[in-house]
Design a protein around this ligand. Structure first.
Ligand code: DGY
Length: 321
């Protein structure tokens, strides 16, 4: 029998990450990458010291209460932690960590891709090429919105929001933002701060959401707030689906109040609201914000650095509780 700590890894992780897991731990890997049901996960966790989950595992209060006593840590392979009931973990003395910083560049890249794709009607253009229905060039055909020089509003000016602002400045965009607290001038870099979402929205030709999903941010973008956006605004979401009220966003896209939306995250993934698929003015991606080779390796190594620290009795870098 190995004397290495036992770790349940709920999803298939990048090869280099799994190699390190197998070198340093008695790792229970998931070769099939099938998402475990909660009762399976609890069964598989028996005798394990730690769990390395992804955001696909819903570790709610009920699941956490039923985890075996042997579990000392949950070191999530994700920056988001809305899938883990932190108070429930804390109550059981389970340390929880996430993987901040390492996915900020990749996520901001996808936000910029969505912003550009939605503004320039990339979905419709792709469709025409792929279905061989492109008839000819025309001066009035497939007109989108110019991005350069426009106003970008950012909700949540954390690491990803700040990188998004930097990338957008490359398009000469004027940055407005809402954050719980104002950034110091060296991070704000001339962006205009709004102390309420309501005062930000009228200044957004483009709105990009970068705040975490919490009870406070649930449906932050609802019908009343969408009404405050300028007509023809474009909405981008790479944070979490829960921040958006789907019915309200779909109604605004359908009515023409909004020009388009670019979305990488959804409520009830992967069974997203069917209304999004029916619209031409949506540019949709399947939650791939952090999906680069470099970032997924870095996320895995960061989760394992946290795990190593906890197993060695040290304070992990990214402790949530
Ligand atoms: C994250 O890390 O939170 C991403 O959404 C992928 O899970």
């Amino acid at each position: 029998m190995s004397d290495k700590p036992v770790v349940l890894v709920t999803r298939k992780l990048p090869a280099a990450v799994e190699e390190r897991l197998q070198r340093d731990y008695d790792a229970r890997l998931n070769g099939s990458d099938r998402i475990y049901r909660s009762d399976e996960l609890i069964e598989l966790a028996k005798g394990a010291d730690a769990i390395v989950p992804c955001h696909t595992e819903k570790l709610n209060a009920d699941v956490i209460a039923r985890l075996p006593d042997s579990i000392r840590a949950i070191t999530s392979f994700s920056v988001g932690f809305d899938h883990i009931d932190l108070p429930a973990a804390k109550a059981r003395g389970i340390i929880v960590t996430n993987t901040p910083e390492v996915l900020s560049d990749a996520t901001a890249e996808i936000a910029m891709l969505l912003l550009l794709g939605a503004a320039r009607r990339a979905y419709e253009g792709e469709q025409q090429i792929r279905s061989d229905s492109w008839s000819d060039w025309s001066a009035t055909y497939q007109l989108g919105l110019q991005v350069s020089g426009k106003r970008l509003g950012i909700v949540g000016m954390g690491r990803v929001g700040q990188i998004m602002a930097r990338r957008a400045r490359g398009f000469d965009m004027q940055i407005h933002y809402y954050n719980r607290s104002r950034l110091p001038p060296d991070l704000e870099l001339g962006a205009r701060y709004h102390n309420a979402v309501e005062s930000l929205l009228p200044h957004c030709d483009f709105l990009s959401i970068h705040c975490p999903a919490t009870p406070e941010t649930r449906h932050l973008l609802n019908a009343e707030r969408i009404a405050l956006l300028p007509d023809d605004a474009v909405v981008v979401n790479t944070a979490r689906g829960a921040v958006v009220d789907d019915d309200a966003l779909i109604a605004a896209l359908r009515s023409g109040k909004l020009f388009a939306a670019g979305l990488d995250v959804f409520n009830d993934e992967p069974r997203i609201h069917p209304g999004y698929r029916e619209l031409k003015n949506t540019f949709l991606l399947p939650h791939i914000g952090s999906a680069t080779r470099e970032t997924r390796d870095a996320m895995g190594f960061r989760a394992l650095d946290n795990l190593d620290a906890i197993m060695a009795g040290r304070e992990p870098r990214d402790r949530l509780v």
